[in-house]
Design a protein around this ligand. Structure first.
Ligand SMILES: NC(=O)c1ccc[n+]([C@@H]2O[C@H](COP(=O)([O-])OP(=O)(O)OC[C@H]3O[C@@H](n4cnc5c(N)ncnc54)[C@H](OP(=O)(O)O)[C@@H]3O)[C@@H](O)[C@H]2O)c1
Length: 250
């Protein structure tokens, strides 16, 4: 099958012919119709994970997928051949990703029926950034009357986080260099209030939020610090935006 692979850290990623993966017990093989590129793909290419994870060269890139179940391994009951599915693969090694004609997905990974109102292309962008955003929003107080800060809110992760936080009833403070643009207005155009900060064009308090991500929620341990930092760097954030939850949470 065709796949987009990394053969070594000294060579650019390339398309190559690699063996089709065979599903074992509890696994399904999916014919990949759509996938998406995330920052992690650049990190994989740069060797970022080499100290902590094995790279199995040629390492097939990619984590998100949407496609059709082609083969079902022994013991799989919740999926059948022909099902349209989406999900993502995150293994304990680098390789066997989704930038390929086929991917084998263990039953314990996130793989679910594709929502019928979404195309395969749309579903192929959902899982990794969407689940990460969901986990981030759920990690902070994000109900009615509370304020959630989303840094890098116009990005893949931030776009989901803004909408999830709004759907849970929170008010959202969203920051991004391009926050005054059309995209920013699009993702905030619902009933819940979204305050775009005036950090546009300013140095971003990326490292100060206690997270390794630039598009991240203020997580519990860093909430107080993020509040202080953002308030200092962005007057708009300080103006009433943090009235809901001011103290670090256990
Ligand atoms: N995507 C995922 O599934 C995922 C999962 C886990 C962790 N992460 C991490 O989360 C972070 C964001 O991922 P993403 O997929 O959302 O990336 P992305 O789509 O590239 O979005 C990056 C966001 O950060 C903003 N930004 C970029 N450079 C900036 C700067 N110098 N100052 C201030 N803001 C800046 C961008 O604003 P503009 O729109 O104005 O450029 C955008 O809002 C990355 O560190 C990534 O490794 C991502």
């Amino acid at each position: 099958m065709k796949a987009f692979v990394l053969t070594s850290f000294d060579h650019a990623p390339e398309f190559a012919d690699v063996p089709e993966p065979e599903p074992g017990p509890g696994e399904v093989r999916v014919r990949v119709h759509a996938t998406s590129v995330n920052p992690v793909d650049h990190m994989i290419r740069s060797g970022f994970f080499r100290a902590v994870q094995e790279y199995r060269f040629p390492a097939v890139f990619g984590r998100d997928f949407a496609g059709v179940v082609q083969t079902v391994g022994d013991g799989v009951t919740r999926l059948r051949e022909g099902d349209e599915v989406y999900g993502f693969v995150k293994r304990d090694y680098i390789g066997d990703g989704t930038f390929a004609d086929y991917v084998v997905v263990p039953g314990g990974f996130f793989v679910a029926a594709k929502p019928s109102r979404l195309s395969l292309q749309q579903a192929g962008t959902l899982a990794q950034a969407g689940i990460t955003a969901l986990e981030c929003v759920e990690a902070v107080p994000s109900g009615p009357g509370q304020v959630v800060v989303v840094n890098g809110a116009t990005g893949g992760l931030g776009t989901f986080a803004v909408q999830i936080a709004k759907a849970r009833g929170a008010d959202v403070v969203a920051t991004a260099p391009s926050c005054s643009g059309r995209w920013g207005r699009t993702i905030s155009s619902t009933r819940r209030k979204v305050t775009w900060s005036s950090s546009c064009g300013r140095p971003f308090p990326r490292a100060s939020t206690g997270s390794s991500t630039s598009s991240s929620m203020s997580t519990r341990p860093s909430w107080g610090k993020a509040r202080t930092t953002l308030a200092a760097s962005s007057p708009a954030c300080a103006t009433g935006s943090f009235a809901g939850e001011a103290e670090p949470r256990p």
